[in-house]
Structures are given as structure tokens and as C-alpha cells.
Design a protein around this ligand. Structure first.
Ligand code: NDP
Length: 344
């Protein structure tokens, strides 16, 4: 009989402000043998994403809150190691699921499992980043929400992260003459220039962000892809071109705020400049998945798509990886390796 033990991370208490390791606990469970139609999957990688912070609060949102004492959930990739009679996957299949934050699971039909169709040269972990939800977020956010056109200059915040890296490179691949990203270290800014950004702003050392953005965009910003909110959003609004678009993807600057932060002080500029500010959630844009995978395959083959991943080892380090997102400890996609790529 195969090993059916799994370790998982549970929410122990709801974070107040910045999450702490004490908000999480590690537990071990014995899994049952998969029944008819079920499979046992050993996860290889799981993702930690900024949106999970919202699910740790007890409030109504576009995804239900995590429950105290229960294992957290999120994206994962793994391999089927046992299959019950009539199961939709066979032993050896690599699958993506929403059963992350654990080493293994037996499917119940609720995990949104999908077989991974491999792309040559792309590791299975990248289906949680560049070729997965964050990549599609970049694609839908820039092209559909931002209505990007080749004549647009593009400003991207948290540009060296999972979503931001892809936004910058899509804008370049689609012909933008000016793409500028902001990030929290000189090393990240160097990476942004290496992947084709015309300029990069270290928002931690640049002083007045509004002035730095003005200098980087003498002719104004066509599309602002917002991952950060707060001071970045205010600096972007202050430097938009007429008819510019702001794709509101996320506002990580305020995810750990204990009081609602003040809004941008220059909202009046949206009137005179006729700006469009539009928020979006990637799950409403999965109709673009086919086009996204086709384009990403072509850009990768042409050397126009590069990415980085920060990988922590062991499911027990998942809380540390998650908290690291809010401190900029990730360079590219933050992932946790919870088992081998091949479990059978
Ligand atoms: P990233 O890989 O970009 O990781 C988060 C990064 O944010 C950190 O590495 C850090 O980089 C930066 N950051 C953290 N705190 C701050 C702060 N206070 N001010 C400025 N930058 C900060 O994460 P993702 O690519 O997964 O997500 C990026 C954004 O996109 C998030 O806001 C997320 O919520 C959003 N998102 C939205 C989706 C949607 O459907 N709308 C789907 C997926 C993601 P640095 O070192 O540069 O500070």
C-alpha cells in the first residue's frame, strides 16, 4: 500500500495587520484510499498569492473566507499516484488543482482538477505562475481591461512579480515603445531592464514617486497596470495622458491595513483627462485562456517571455513564503515545493 499521509497548513487564527507565523499551524492527516471515480494526488508545488490575504478575513468577497481550523486552499500542481475505478485521470497524470497548502489529497470533485498539457521547456511549477492564473491576469488585464494599443506607453507597479513581469513583456511584445516598471530593489529593477523595460523605478529609494514617474513618462502614461494602489495609484493618475486607462488588478499596499487608507488625492484629474479606471477579477476572463496559451507559447519560443521563480522548500514553509509576499521577499512568482515533480 502506498504512503497516504499528508501534511497540511491550517488557519489557526485570523491575522490582524501583517500575517504572522502564529496565525498558521501544521497538521498531519491520514488519507483514505481513493474510491470509485477518485484519485490520490501528491502535490509537487503549491502557490501562495496576495489574494489569499483577503480570504483570511471573515468578510463577504468574491471568494468565501477560509475557516479557522481548516486547511487552506489554493493552486497546486501534482501527480496522480493512485486512481479508483472509473477515475477521470490515470496514475502518472500531472494535474493542476485548487487543493494546495497540503502534500497530498484524495479528490472529492471540488478541487477543480485539470490535466496539465505540457509546453516544451516549461516546468510544471510555471503553470502556477507565468503560464497560469497570474499570467492570464496580466494578459486579460492589459489587453482587455487596459485596452492596450501599440501606441500606448505602459506603467506597471510590482513589475518584477508574477503578474507584473508578464505585463511588461506582453506590452513590449505587442509593440509598446515605452514600458516602465516599479519594484522594491535595485536587483529587481535591473531584471526589469533585462526583460525589456525601457526604465525601472526603485520606489523605495526614488524619493518622490510622483516626480520619478513624471520623469519616466515625459509624454504621459497610456495604460497604468496597478498591482499596488496607494501612492503608486496617485502617482499614475498624476501622470496619465488624456483618455488613458487604469487597469485595477490589485492594491497590495493596503492588504494588511487595519484602517481603510485614504484614497488618491488627485481623483479630480480623472475628469479633465477623461480617464477610465476599471477593476477586474481574472476568473471572469477565462474565455481568453486559449488565446493566452497560444500567444504565451509563441512569445516563449521567440525568446520574448522570461520569468523568475522563488521557491521555498517544504509545506511547513508555506506560511513564511506567503508572508514574504508582503515584504517583497519573492523575485518573480512565489512558490512552495511540497514534493517531487514525479511521485510515481
Ligand atoms: P507578486 O509576485 O507581485 O508579489 C507581490 C509583490 O508586491 C512583492 O514581491 C513586492 O515586490 C510587492 N509589494 C508588496 N508590498 C508592497 C507595498 N506595500 N508597496 C509596493 N509593492 C509591494 O504578486 P502577484 O503577481 O501574484 O500579484 C500582484 C498583484 O496582482 C497583487 O495586488 C494581487 O492581489 C493582484 N492579483 C489580482 C488578480 C485579479 O484577478 N485581479 C489575480 C492575481 C493577482 P517589491 O519588492 O517590488 O515591493
Amino acid at each position: 500500500m502506498s504512503n497516504r499521509k499528508s501534511r497540511e497548513i491550517r488557519l489557526k487564527s485570523r491575522p490582524a495587520g501583517m500575517p504572522a507565523l502564529a496565525n498558521f499551524e501544521l497538521a498531519e492527516v491520514d488519507l483514505p484510499a481513493p474510491g470509485p471515480g477518485q484519485v490520490l494526488v501528491r502535490n509537487a508545488y503549491m502557490t501562495v498569492d496576495p489574494y489569499m490575504r483577503g480570504r483570511m478575513m471573515d468578510r463577504r468577497s468574491y471568494v468565501p473566507p477560509f475557516q479557522i481550523g481548516e486547511a487552506l486552499t489554493g493552486g497546486a500542481v501534482g501527480q496522480v499516484v493512485e486512481a479508483g475505478a472509473g477515475a477521470p485521470f490515470k496514475v502518472g497524470d500531472h494535474v493542476m488543482s485548487m487543493a494546495g497548502w497540503r502534500e497530498a489529497f484524495v479528490s472529492t470533485g471540488m478541487e477543480m482538477m485539470q490535466k496539465i498539457e505540457p509546453i516544451p521547456g516549461v516546468g510544471i511549477q510555471s503553470y502556477l505562475g507565468t503560464f497560469g492564473m497570474p499570467g492570464l491576469t496580466a494578459y486579460a488585464g492589459l489587453l482587455r481591461i487596459g485596452e492596450f494599443k501599440p501606441e500606448d506607453s505602459v506603467f506597471v507597479s510590482a513589475a518584477s512579480g508574477a503578474v507584473g513581469t508578464v505585463v511588461c513583456q506582453i506590452a513590449k511584445a505587442k509593440g509598446s515603445k515605452r514600458v516602465v516598471g516599479s519594484a522594491g530593489s535595485d536587483e529587481k529593477c535591473k531584471f526589469l531592464r533585462d526583460i525589456g523595460c525601457d526604465e525601472a523605478i526603485n520606489y523605495k529609494t526614488c524619493g518622490d514617486l510622483n516626480a520619478a514617474v513624471a520623469k519616466a513618462f515625459p509624454d504621459g502614461i497610456g495604460v497604468y497596470f496597478d498591482n499596488v494602489g496607494g501612492t503608486h495609484l496617485e502617482a499614475a493618475i498624476g501622470n496619465m495622458r488624456q483618455f488613458g486607462r487604469l487597469a485595477e488588478c490589485g492594491m497590495i499596499e493596503q492588504y494588511n491595513a487595519t484602517e481603510p487608507p485614504p484614497g488618491p488625492r488627485n481623483m479630480i484629474m480623472t475628469v479633465g483627462l477623461s480617464l477610465t479606471i476599471k477593476g477586474f477579477i481574472v476568473s471572469n476572463h477565462y474565455d481568453m485562456l486559449g488565446d493566452f496559451m497560444r500567444d504565451m507559447g509563441a512569445w516563449t519560443k521567440a525568446g520574448q517571455m522570461k520569468w523568475r521563480e522563488t521557491i521555498y522548500d517544504g509545506v511547513e514553509r508555506a506560511p513564511e513564503a506567503f508572508i514574504g509576499l508582503f515584504k517583497g521577499e519573492n523575485f518573480g512568482k512565489m512558490l512552495v515545493r511540497v514534493g517531487p515533480d514525479k511521485a510515481v
